[in-house]
Design a protein around this ligand. Structure first.
Ligand SMILES: [Zn+2]
Length: 87
């Protein structure tokens, strides 16, 4: 039954490769989507310029001050898409 064991190991290896490829794809998609954050006041693309980004607050949230209307908002960039935490 040695060949059967080898086949089982091979299938497990293939599965691991597929799982790794899948999570890499998901991560890649998440990184592309995190580049979109819009001002809740005027819909200005906060991530589209270099002026709105202010840095991180003590909770690790991303702080933006809109370069168009000066509205301050906080974002959590960890989930698959940015979440507006504080408006
Ligand atoms: Zn704005």
């Amino acid at each position: 039954m040695g060949w059967l064991t080898s086949l089982g190991t091979l299938l497990l290896d293939l599965r691991a490769v597929f799982v790794a490829a899948w999570s890499w794809r998901a991560e890649d998609a998440a990184q592309r989507r995190t580049s979109w954050a819009y001002c809740p006041e005027c819909r200005h693309d906060l991530n589209g310029d270099d002026k709105s980004f202010q840095g991180y607050d003590e909770a690790g949230l991303v702080v933006y001050e809109c370069s168009r209307c000066t509205h301050v908002s906080r974002w959590d960039f960890d989930p698959p898409a940015p979440i507006l935490v504080e408006d």
